[in-house]
Design a binder for this molecule. Structure first.
Ligand code: NAD
Length: 295
């Protein structure tokens, strides 16, 4: 294997150390960062995330609370609950765990979160700030992919960046971050794949970010010599393994840097969530009384 492994753990550790220090600084100013995760109904996969969130929050000094609400809650009741958290000065960050039961439209409720408490960066204001090149609270996995690419020391300016996948939480914000850094960005997606054009775009990529959720969709021999490959996909195989969207072993023969799956971009996600919780607390402190969006 020629490529160097691009591991998420060193980035996660660096961020956690910075967050721990920021928590101390904020507490000295009388602000106690506090994160509330709202879970509607039971979900095993979500429990894995909330356990990880609690562990990292508590390790960095952030107060963490999981609020488990009944699966038969109506959308209006959930909106009312979120409004209560928005107005609670003791809550500085809000996460709405997915999935939600079918009677609830996720976008309606996500968009009701106060933008300065939106630690997942999913409200129109926060996505708008990313679009305008003034990011403040950025979707965690997208930011992790961008920071990992930067950690290789690459100069993104003018590079051919191909993002496969255009979801609101990963593909789109990741593409915007690279665009803000003056990457020449192509976003490909399901329609690109249906036209048989994924290979054409991937072959040009000097930086490739893949967030699809189809095991080994991207063939190893499509990778450009010397490319940086960031594979965000998480796919469970029948024999209980986790594999990515890229054929890692073959791709590693051509790439300069490649993320392993697991252990790559996703590993930094929870640490970035805490970084966003600090950013949110600071934003609320700045905003007190002004009412101005400061991107
Ligand atoms: P999504 O389902 O919302 O979006 C999938 C994207 O892939 C869409 O843009 C779709 O158009 C595109 N796509 C689907 N089939 C395709 C094909 N054949 N060719 C080209 N494009 C195709 O997914 P998401 O929420 O962005 O997640 C993507 C993957 O990343 C999943 O495996 C998910 O588990 C993983 N993920 C990991 C983390 C983490 O590590 N913390 C966080 C979020 C998502």
């Amino acid at each position: 294997m020629a490529a160097q492994l691009l591991l998420g753990k060193p980035l996660a550790e660096k961020i956690k150390a910075e967050v721990s220090q920021e928590v101390v600084d904020l507490k000295a100013k009388g602000v106690s960062p506090s994160l509330v995760a709202v879970q509607v109904g039971q979900n095993d996969a979500s429990r894995v995330y909330t356990n990880a969130q609690r562990k990292v929050a508590e390790a960095t000094g952030i107060k963490y609370e999981l609020q488990e609400l009944s699966a038969d809650l109506t959308q209006d009741q959930l909106l009312e609950h979120i409004a209560g958290l928005n107005n609670d000065p003791n809550v500085t960050g809000i996460i709405l765990q997915m999935p939600l039961p079918p009677q609830i439209d996720p976008k309606v409720v996500q968009w009701s979160i106060a933008y300065e408490k939106d630690v997942e960066g999913i409200t129109p204001t926060n996505m708008g700030l990313v679009t305008f090149g003034k990011p403040r609270l950025v979707p965690c996995t997208a930011l992790g992919a961008f920071e990992l690419a930067k950690s290789t020391g690459v100069d993104i300016y003018g590079k051919e960046v191909v993002v496969v996948g255009h979801s609101d939480i990963v593909g789109k914000p990741a593409a915007l971050l690279f665009l803000n850094a003056f990457g020449t960005v192509t976003i490909s997606h399901i329609a690109t794949g249906q036209r048989g054009l994924s290979e054409y775009h991937v072959r040009r990529a000097e930086i490739l970010v893949v967030a699809v959720g189809v095991p080994h969709l991207i063939k190893g021999d499509w990778i450009k010599e010397g490319a940086i490959v960031i594979d965000i996909g998480i796919n469970a195989t029948k024999d209980g393994k986790i594999i990515g969207d890229v054929e890692t072993e073959v791709a590693a023969e051509k790439a300069a840097w490649i993320t392993p799956v697991p252990g790559g971009a996703g590993t930094a996600t929870t640490a970035i969530l805490m970084k966003n919780t600090i950013e949110a607390a600071k934003w609320q402190l700045e905003k007190k009384g002004s009412g101005i969006i400061t991107g």
